[in-house]
Structure formats: C-alpha cells, structure tokens
Design a protein around this ligand. Structure first.
Ligand code: MD3
Ligand code: FE
Length: 216
C-alpha cells in the first residue's frame, strides 16, 4: 500500500488545487494503466456500456456501466443506485482489485482518509458525446469525496459553482489524470464538453471516466 501511495502522490508531483476540497493529480493513474484496462474489460464483458434514458425521456450521449455493490442508473422513473444491472438482471460485476487501491490512494493523497467506495460508475464518451452541467446528489453524504479517473481521449471538464448560473472554469482532463472532489466542492455544478474526434494509443477513439463514490 505504501508503494501504491507513493506512486500516486510522489513528493515531486504536487497536487493541483481546483477549489477548496477538490484536487487534480495529473497522470496519477498511469502507473496502473494496464491493470485498470484489464479490469475494465472484465466489467464490460458482463455489463456492457449502454445509453440510458433520463427521467425526461432523453437518451444520454454518454454510455454507462457499473461495477461493485451499487450501480448508478437512470430511466424514465428517475435516477438511483441499484445492486442489479437492469439489462442483465444480475448483480453488477465485481470491482476489479486494481480499482480499489487506486481510488483509496488517490483519496488519501488529497487528504480524505478511509475512503471505501461502494459505487463505481463508468462513463464512455465517443466523439460528440457530452455531459451537461449537473450536480451529483444521489449519494448519502455530500461531504465525502468522489474520485474520478480519466482515460483515453482528452476532454474539457467544466467546473462551476453552487448555483447553475455561476461562472464555469475549464480544465483539460487527459489520459491518467485523477481528480478528487470533496468537502465544499462536492456540490458544485460540473459537466464535460462535447468530445472531439481523435485517436488514443491505448483506447482508440473514445474517453472513459471512472468515478468512485461512497453512495449508500
Ligand atoms: C465535481 N462525470 O459521472 S468526472 C458523473 O468525466 C460525472 O464523466 C464526469 O460528472 C466525467 O457524474 C466528470 C469528475 C467529477 C465527478 C463528480 C463531481 C467532478 C465532480 C462531483 C462534484 C464536483
Ligand atoms: Fe457528475
């Protein structure tokens, strides 16, 4: 665990502060790239990416899947966490071991101790896909952090304030970047701009984002 922690938060790679409670650890997932990609394949073999429908009836441009105990889903009746994948009728696939260490080390590096996520949503962006400005409010405790890992094509992340109309700052999120969002930043509006065409050596023409949450 010490080695893992050192590779996520080496003293020479200081964390970038985005807001009070929110930090960017550039390239922190690169050391785990191979294990994480292997884990991702195991998950999507059992619960493939799918385009879910919002309560308003729109098909999301971002395709999603989950692993572990609690999966985030949306459909015409609302969004919520559920232990069962509605497509397979089975529980979501187990979380790969490589995900667990990465998420805990990243949260620790940002100062959040004893992070034990039960929800891991996996988002897949293809060119043109976007996530409009929103707050994450389906979780129990809005102080606890969310850890996100960006893989594949770069994206423009939009980070606003506590009100929808607050000004938005933009950050490029690249392959291997890890971000931790907790404390006062946890309820800030955020989104992802339309993904641009491109080709990434490890993931091809897409971006994958893993989020780790303590949801229940
Ligand atoms: C800031 N995902 O799944 S991850 C989401 O890149 C989501 O797929 C984006 O927003 C993505 O809900 C952004 C970074 C992130 C996640 C949660 C946050 C940033 C956040 C919660 C509060 C503030
Ligand atoms: Fe979000």
């Amino acid at each position: 665990m010490n080695d893992l922690f050192d590779s996520i938060a080496p003293p020479e790679q200081p964390r970038e502060t985005i807001a009070d409670g929110a930090y960017l650890l550039r390239g922190a997932a690169l050391a785990f790239e191979r294990d994480v990609l292997t884990g991702l394949d195991a998950v999507t073999a059992r619960s493939p990416f799918r385009h879910m429908v919002t309560p308003g009836g729109f098909v999301m441009s971002v395709a999603m899947t989950n692993c572990g105990g609690a999966g985030w889903i949306t459909d015409r009746s609302g969004h919520r966490y559920d232990a069962v994948d509605p497509e397979s009728g089975q529980r979501w696939p187990p979380m790969p071991e490589s995900f667990r260490g990465l998420a805990a080390a990243a949260a620790g590096a940002a100062g959040y101790l004893a992070f034990s996520p039960d929800a891991r949503l996996i988002n897949r962006y293809e060119p043109g896909a976007r996530l409009s400005l929103h707050q994450d409010k389906n979780e129990r405790d809005f102080e606890r952090p969310i850890v996100s890992v960006s893989l594949g094509l770069p994206a423009t992340f939009q980070f606003g304030g506590l009100r929808r109309k607050d000004p938005v700052r933009k950050y490029a999120l690249r392959h291997g970047d890890v971000a931790v969002w907790g404390g006062p930043a946890r309820l800030c509006y955020h989104g992802v701009a339309e993904l641009k065409e491109g080709m990434h050596p490890a993931l091809g023409g897409m971006r994958i984002n893993l989020t780790f949450r303590e949801a229940l």
